[in-house]
Design a protein around this ligand. Structure first.
Ligand SMILES: Nc1nc2c(ncn2[C@@H]2O[C@H](COP(=O)(O)OP(=O)(O)OP(=O)(O)O)[C@@H](O)[C@H]2O)c(=O)[nH]1
Ligand SMILES: [Mg+2]
Length: 367
């Protein structure tokens, strides 16, 4: 008589009840169930029970969508396990929490993963969905009929989309509560799940591929990115930002793409000052002013041509600015007369015979 045996593999997000479901199927607490939100099953393991003369084996796996970046590693570990698994897999149960029943992206990711990893369209016929958390002590009791119809439709469409096949097998959907093993609905579902698995030939898992589950998302950070200069008084600032973006590596090998940069911090740093000093110098100029008189005769007195002269000394202060700019370049302004410093003084005067010339002595500069 041939030994009858059936192998069931459970995959899904972390905490969806994979281990609890495995235990329910085996009829004994073979896998550790979590009692905290932290992931509990960190390796794939298998356990078996003989029930009614049939050896039931469950492959319990690590939660697959626990944080984007660890996923690749989890897939590698799962692939390693399955490649070394010689007994085949009759059915792949995608475990979902019945309390959150949206056909979410992570559900899609996991179904697509199950299909892709076995590398054959045949895999579609081995997948079933099991909603846990459906009945005991829980607020949202699912309307199984409505949910099955709706969900099945979503899943069908999705499988057609990813497989490109016009016809895909109907993926059965079951509802259980692992904490209510004796509940009628749960019992019925477990019988059907067992039947589903038994009817299927084991699929060889030794070619299991570590296909990516979903787009890999890495955050990239840049610190101190220069934006512009900003001036305030004689201080120059560098306007800087820290920013981040997402690097998205698509699961299907499409080109890597990036999100826009998000500014996470804007700030500025002093970057050079401008200094300014004023330089002064004294200037003076002497000037001989002359007035010529022709020979004349008035009231009996007469004179020859002669010159009246005076020497005027002018003094003033000049100033200029010397600016050392942010980049170290030195510029000088033109000299300018400091207002109010100009003084004229007659330092000598007289009268000469004949006509003499005036003169100017300037550039008598003292810094
Ligand atoms: N009420 C109720 N609780 C459940 C059900 N299924 C799982 N739980 C609880 O949910 C928690 C997580 O269950 P696990 O079976 O450890 O989930 P898991 O998917 O194996 O989690 P990881 O190994 O961490 O990925 C445990 O506290 C279970 O008791 C269910 O159907 N009903
Ligand atoms: Mg577990």
């Amino acid at each position: 008589m041939s030994v009858r045996k059936v192998v069931l593999m459970v995959i899904g997000d972390t905490g969806t009840g994979k281990s609890s479901f495995g235990n329910l199927y085996l009829g004994r607490p073979a896998f550790k169930e979590s009692d905290s939100p932290a992931p509990v099953t960190l390796e794939s393991t298998s356990a078996s029970s003989v029930v009614d003369g049939i050896t039931r084996t469950v492959i319990d796996t690590e939660g697959l969508s626990d944080g984007q970046n660890s996923t690749a590693e989890q897939v590698q570990k799962l692939a390693l396990f399955l490649r070394g698994w010689n007994e085949g897999v009759n059915a792949i149960g995608v475990c979902l929490n019945g309390q959150h029943d949206r056909f979410s992206q992570s559900v899609k990711d996991i179904i697509r993963f199950a299909y892709n990893a076995f590398g054959t369209k045949e895999a579609l016929g081995h997948i079933f969905i099991v909603f846990t958390n459906c009945f005991a002590f829980l607020p949202n009791k699912p309307n199984c009929t409505v949910k099955t119809t709706e969900y099945q439709q979503y899943v069908q469409n999705f499988l057609k989309e990813i497989s490109g096949a016009p016809q895909v097998p109907e993926i059965p959907i079951f509802f259980v509560d692992t904490q209510d093993a004796d509940g009628y609905e749960t019992k019925q579902s477990m019988i059907q799940i067992h039947g589903f698995a038994l009817e299927r030939q084991p699929m060889d898992s030794r070619g299991f591929k570590a296909v990516p589950i979903h787009d890999k998302i890495d955050e990239q950070f840049q610190v101190g990115v220069f934006v512009d200069y900003e001036y305030e008084g004689d201080t120059r600032y560098k306007k800087l930002i820290d920013r981040k973006r997402q690097k998205i590596t698509p699961y299907n090998g499409d080109d890597i793409r990036y999100s826009n940069w998000d500014i996470i911090k804007s700030y500025r740093e002093a970057f050079g000052t401008r200094s300014r000093r004023t330089e002064t110098r004294q200037r003076s100029q002497e000037k001989k002013n002359v007035t010529h008189h022709s020979a004349h005769s008035i009231f009996g007195s007469s004179s020859n041509d002669h010159t009246h002269w005076e020497i005027v000394k002018s003094t003033w202060t000049e100033a200029r600015d010397i600016i050392t700019d942010f980049d170290g370049r030195v510029t000088e302004s033109d000299w300018r007369i400091v207002p109010g410093t100009n003084k004229d003084q007659i330092i000598d005067s007289g009268r000469n015979g004949g006509w003499s010339q005036g003169w100017v002595h300037s550039d008598n500069i003292k810094a």
